[in-house]
Design a protein around this ligand. Sequence first.
Ligand SMILES: [Fe+2]
Ligand SMILES: [Fe+2]
Ligand SMILES: [Fe+2]
Length: 408
Amino acid sequence: MKDELNIPLFEMIICLSEAIDLISQEVNGHHKRVAYIANSIATEMGLSEQEQRDLIVAGALHDAGAFSLRERLNALEFEESCEYDQGEKSEHAEMGYKLIKRFKPFAKIAPLIRYHHVLWDGGKGAEIDGDAIPIGGHILHLADRVDVLINKKIDILNQKDDICRRIERESNEMFIPEAVEAFLSLSKKEAFWFNTTSSNLTRILAKKSGSERINLNLDGLLSLARLFSDIIDFRCQFTATHSSGVAASAEILAELAGFKRKECVMMKVAGYLHDLGKLAVPPEILNKPAKLTKREFNIIKQHPFYTYRILDRVNGLEEINHWAALHHERLDGTGYPFHYNEDYLPIGSRIMAVADVFTAVSEDRPYRKGMRKDKVLNILKDMSSESALDAEIVLIIEQYYDEINRVR
Ligand SMILES: [Fe+2]
Ligand SMILES: [Fe+2]
Ligand SMILES: [Fe+2]
């Protein structure tokens, strides 16, 4: 078996972009619209096809560094850019740059994200600290501000003239004049506005991005998982240590269960991603230092479903998705959200379910200390005798507890 996964680049970008959007419904679709507007401006300006495609990627991920809702809403104020003097960097743009550049396939678009809030300022914005700012950075800035000006509650054609006037006023101030000119000529086409606000934008972007695929070897796969988990981690410190604990326990359990090397790495990746859907759960609920109410628990129940739906975007990640997203399913069919039972649940999902419970009860929580060996094993054995967890995997934990706990 080849130690590589071949993955469609566009699907992976959309998957990440939607994961980022989960954090706040208020910004829903902002990333895709910015991707579309930026790409259209680049096309209108006659930039190379590569530059046009790069702007789709950069647009889809540009606010990855804004972690809290507050930061996100700030990023949606039109005047936000003005808070930064030339030379001073926007914090979320700098953070997004650092996150994105660590994943090699995205490294080359990272500078566009870094500079997506730099003012043109009569040409002074052509460089910052001696670094030339790529034209794509300025285009991204303009596209981002155009979307911020769109009032999602008003019919688009009834507001486009106001938007254009506002943007034109900022030509050579906030924005590079060439891009403004291209935008103004685009804005004459109703189709540009209809596409921007279309509920089918993913399909429209897919067509523009082409069918490029990337090969991820095991290292590449792990660095993708780390990119996701960094985005999750900044959101919630306690989920951060939890995900890496589950990743480590799942990997060693897979190894002890006789999985091949590639599959063990895939298990680790699935462990990092299993709680991805928690991005959609408000931190007050995630961090609540007391028992959850029924209403709160119903919100928590959404998380494996979101993990599933987001990873399901990417062809080639099916197996990892099953292992990750089915971690709350139980062999007797009493789990959630799909109520699969032992006829359906693959061994990887069973390992993940055990790794998740094992890690959860062993680690400190805001309201209790982590449990010790005896208690942990009792809980796991009870769950396996009730046919909730797989008895053979629980047996592996019993036999290798110290080793597995050390890795966790
Ligand atoms: Fe931004
Ligand atoms: Fe933005
Ligand atoms: Fe978990």
